[in-house]
Design a protein around this ligand. Sequence first.
Ligand code: SF4
Length: 64
Amino acid sequence: MDKKLIIVEERCPQNHACPAVNVCPVGALTQEAHKAPVIDEAKCIKCGKCSNFCPKKALVLQTL
Ligand code: SF4
């Protein structure tokens, strides 16, 4: 089953260093200043660690 990680920017307060960046085992998440994080699709292995971690549910792993 294909999965896709999406970022729901409206849920991200964008006022802090995203802690999920350090949860990703492959370094697929990056953040510029306090903006919502950005996913490197080429690196993401769709493991779901960031989506399980984000307390705002701003990272969502969708099943396609
Ligand atoms: S789903 Fe896993 S690999 Fe992809 S960005 Fe989140 S933590 Fe990183």
